[in-house]
Every structure is written in structure tokens, then in C-alpha cells.
Ligand binder design. Structure first.
Ligand code: PMP
Length: 351
């Protein structure tokens, strides 16, 4: 039967997140989640949350959480934007700032959501090749563009750039908005936040999903000049005023309040990452340095997709991307020491 309406439906290739298997007996190292629970204060805030408050809409402006984040970063609350995970913040930032006919630039190997948003919002883009060591060549970004988005550290490569590099990038790209996606910055990279005061066109996007163990709650935020933040607010309030629910706002505030727990958790992940990197090198893997909570590895004599499948059979989930240049690499999230020991044992067995 002819169904003309089918021709009018949007066709798009969506982003595919890492699998979320529901079984408890697997080792889940495929979505860069934190293996440790959120700060104890978060659990307390959830216990104390008065469910009767859910009858009312939440604070659309998220004032208390914005103030907590502003204090943490030495900014004003009007320089903080909140969203339902940093994916929400980034999607809004793409819509808010990438409005020219010039192409938006980002690395050829990077977070695979960027091309999906560009397609969804009809934003022209060009990818800029990383070098053979997955490093960014800054001079490649000295050309007309409609904006830049750069994850620092990059995903899935794990490699980071310095503050001097970021400042150079901003100096050469004053006419567009530069978005630095700092989803993994707390595991050892240099944040661009100190540059916000000097560069009105800089937007830094962070998340509580990784370093604050709150992937399930969906809290992301952007930090930047009042001009950029006001634009984001206007765009957000043009499609959904309440992206942040009341529970997330309360728990997010509690997470920011416990700086000591946050630091301690990040240090544990970094120590396990370095230990695991050494063990993987011992098994013959090539392991580029990582400033994130994952390792991006390849084995000169083994097929990455075979290793991925064999680990999956054993209940160990990691991530494999069948993409140009990286189709013999595996991305392994850093779990607990015990989880990583089991991974190394399984790999030793397989190899
Ligand atoms: N940026 C990068 C580079 C990521 O890897 C992720 C996680 N998939 C995100 C942003 C989004 O994270 P979230 O929406 O959980 O804040």
C-alpha cells in the first residue's frame, strides 16, 4: 500500500551508545563509567529528598547547583549553564553557536556524536586529520571555519593538549565559538577554564557522568562568558525549560560539595589506569598515553574485533569501533583494580 507520509519522515543515522547489559555478572568496561559510587553526600541527598516536591516543576534556572559550580570554578552563576548530561549541553551548543555557512571543524577521530548533531541540525562540517600518533596539529585549524569543537582529552584516543595549545587555538580563532569538550578532563588533562575570563568565545563543557560517578542521573554543564551562556539559555528555553529534574539538581549539588571524595576517586582511577597500561604493554599491546578513564590500545599481531568478541564471550564488555584508522583498536574503560586484574587474566589466556 502506498504511504506517502513515509517520504516526509526524517531519516538520520543516530549515535549508538555502548551496550548497557542488565546482568550483574559481567565486567562492564565499555561506556567509560566510573567503577566507584557517587559521593556519600549524594546518597544522603537522595535519601533526604522529599518526594512531595516532585508535584511541582523544578527550578528551571537551577540556581543552587549553578551557584555551587560557579564557586567551584571561580566564576559567576551567570557563567554556568546546566543540561541533561553533557550530550544535551553539546547538542544545544551546536544549535546555538554553529549557525554559519562555513564548516565546523573537529578531529577525524573523535566523539562520534559530533557528526550526528551536525547532520541533525544541518550544520556543515569538516574533519581535521589527527597525526599518526593521534595528536592534534594546531596549525590545521588556522583556516576559515564556522566554529571548532575539540575534546580535551580526546575520545576515544585518550590524548590531551596543553593550556598553551588551547590559548594558541583561541588566539587564531577569535571570530567563531570554540567548544572544548572536557568530559574526561578530571583524569589528568589541563582544563581551559582559566582562559574563560580572557576569551569570550570559549565554551567549556563538562559532565558529572565520569569523574563524579553520576552517569545515571544525567548532569552536564557549560562554563563560559555571560554572552555565550545567555544564548544557550535562550535556545534551551525555546524548546524545553525543564531539562534538569529536581532530583538531579539536589544530587548534583551534593556531588560538588564533596571535593575530597572527588579528588580521591579520580586518583584511584588514574592509579589503576597506569597499572593496567603497564600490564597491557607486558602482553604486547601498544598503549598510547591516556589522560582519561580509558585506554585505547592495539595489538600488532592480533585482530581487535576478535579480542573484543572473545572477551564478550567471557562476560567482559569493552568497546570496538569499526571506523577508518581505528578499526584495530580497542577502548577499555578503567574499572576497579579487581576488574582490571580479571581483564588482564582473560587477555593473557586469549593471547
Ligand atoms: N563528550 C564525550 C567526549 C564523551 O565521550 C561523552 C560520553 N559518551 C560525552 C561528551 C557525554 O557524556 P554525558 O552526556 O554522559 O555527560
Amino acid at each position: 500500500m502506498d504511504k506517502p507520509f513515509l517520504k516526509r519522515l526524517r531519516r538520520i543515522d543516530p549515535y549508538v551508545p555502548g551496550e548497557q547489559p542488565q546482568s550483574d555478572d559481567i565486567i562492564k568496561l565499555n561506556a567509560n563509567e566510573n567503577p566507584y559510587p557517587p559521593a556519600p553526600g549524594v546518597q544522603q541527598a537522595l535519601r533526604d529528598f522529599d518526594a512531595s516536591r516532585l508535584a511541582l516543576y523544578p527550578d528551571a534556572n537551577g540556581k543552587a547547583l549553578k551557584t555551587a559550580l560557579a564557586n567551584r570554578f571561580g566564576l559567576k552563576p551567570s557563567q554556568v549553564f546546566l543540561g541533561n548530561g553533557s550530550d544535551d549541553v553539546l547538542a544545544l551548543a551546536f544549535q546555538s553557536f554553529f549557525c554559519s555557512d562555513e564548516p565546523v571543524l573537529y578531529p577525524d577521530i573523535t566523539y562520534s556524536f559530533y557528526p550526528v548533531w551536525c547532520d541533525l541540525f544541518c550544520i556543515p562540517y569538516e574533519t581535521v586529520p589527527l597525526d599518526e600518533n593521534f595528536c592534534v596539529n594546531i596549525r590545521d585549524y588556522d583556516r576559515p571555519n564556522g566554529g571548532i569543537v575539540l575534546p580535551n582529552p580526546n575520545a576515544p584516543t585518550g590524548r590531551g593538549v596543553s593550556l598553551a595549545f588551547l590559548e594558541d587555538l583561541l588566539q587564531h580563532n577569535a571570530d567563531c565559538v570554540v567548544i572544548i569538550d572536557e568530559a574526561y578532563v578530571d583524569f589528568g588533562a589541563q582544563s581551559a577554564v582559566p582562559l574563560i575570563e580572557k576569551y569570550e568565545n570559549l565554551l567549556v563543557v563538562q559532565t558529572m557522568s565520569k569523574s563524579r560517578s553520576l552517569a545515571g542521573l544525567r548532569i552536564g554543564y557549560a562554563l563560559g562568558s555571560e554572552t555565550l551562556i545567555a544564548t544557550l539559555e535562550a535556545v534551551k528555553n525555546s524548546y524545553n525549560s525543564y531539562t534538569m529534574d529536581a532530583v538531579a539538581l539536589a544530587a548534583g549539588e551534593a556531588a560538588v560539595a564533596d571535593e575530597a571524595y572527588f579528588q580521591e576517586t579520580c586518583c584511584k582511577v588514574v592509579a589503576t589506569r597506569e597499572r593496567t597500561a603497564d600490564a597491557l604493554r607486558g602482553l604486547g599491546f601498544v598503549v598510547p598515553p591516556s589522560l582519561t578513564n580509558f585506554l585505547f590500545v592495539t595489538h600488532p599481531d592480533k585482530n581487535a574485533s576478535d579480542i573484543f568478541a572473545a572477551l564478550r564471550e567471557r562476560g567482559i564488555f569493552i568497546r570496538y569501533f569499526k571506523l577508518p584508522r581505528i578499526d584495530n583498536y580497542l577502548r577499555i574503560t578503567v574499572g576497579t583494580d579487581e576488574q582490571m586484574d580479571r581483564l588482564i587474566d582473560a587477555l593473557r589466556d586469549l593471547l
